[in-house]
Design a binder for this molecule. Sequence first.
Ligand SMILES: Nc1ncnc2c1ncn2[C@@H]1O[C@H](COP(=O)(O)OP(=O)(O)O)[C@@H](O)[C@H]1O
Ligand SMILES: [Mg+2]
Length: 326
Amino acid sequence: MVKTESKNAIVVKNLHKSYKQLAVLKGISFSVERGSILALLGPNGAGKTTTIKILSTLLQADKGSATIEGYDVVKDSNEVRARIGLTGQYAAVDEYLTGQENLVMIGRLYHLDKKEVNRRATELIKQFDLVKASTRPVKTYSGGMKRRLDLAMSLIAAPPIIFLDEPTTGLDPRSRLVMWEIIKKLAAQGTTILLTTQYMDEADHLADNIIVIDGGKVIAEGDANSLKAKVGADHLDLTISKKSNFDDARRALKSEKIKVDAEQRIISIATKGGVKKLKQLLGKLEDAKIQVESVSLRRPTLDDVFLTLTGHGTTKTTDENDKEAK
Ligand SMILES: Nc1ncnc2c1ncn2[C@@H]1O[C@H](COP(=O)(O)OP(=O)(O)O)[C@@H](O)[C@H]1O
Ligand SMILES: [Mg+2]
């Protein structure tokens, strides 16, 4: 039952939250359309988990409001809890129980009857590719399996809305892809999904809409394409042949707005200049007697977007302009 006719399953208005002196959320607002995937994208410490905790009634905001299917997360917390599933950043499974037992335990907590719990548990085990493992204690599971079980547990009561807090952080690439497929299937079945992530590619791949948060504020929102369009320019990646030449190359291109990855020997330049600009840049490197191993021109990624918007990256890549600004 939904209380509201609105197309939005989740509406968040002007949330503020401080932990003692530390202001973590400084007025966050967004909404999530029913049946869509929204990614809350931001670096470590941006306030993602705090937001999820407020929406899932585990924490109260200092100011602002949030509703789930029209129900207020504070005043109607029971109604809210009946409609949501939550998978935390760290899997909350009991290591000593088997996968099947974990699911049944959670089902009983939701007061589902025994027959229904068993039916649902078996269905989820199949759906999440845990059939063989279901009778083994969870402590024998891989990280990816634990995460899948945790998600299955949050789905036992078939909630229309689920919160996924960094669902793939710490997973190996294969488990990550499996998780992505599961998330996409859930959305295709009509579940509204709010997920948090620090990975641009995850938001790019999964989300219908992206809310970029940094320092407790929403700094951009839109779908992946519209965010990329904000950056405007294409990116030119120059790979320098020799590591020993890298600092010289950086100096030769000092007048450009560059981003460097010393490890991979790549210098990236945002440019609208196309081939003409490319010629000019290669000329500068040639004058400095620096060999270029490869050149590629690519559309901006969400990483570039983040860098452009915040002036700092989310990955280890160092930003030349950032350094100079200090
Ligand atoms: N219970 C707490 N007490 C004090 N500070 C906290 C608490 N929980 C989180 N913080 C701080 O609030 C900020 C935001 O945390 P969090 O919401 O967990 O960010 P994210 O999930 O985006 O990494 C961080 O600086 C974190 O250290
Ligand atoms: Mg977090």
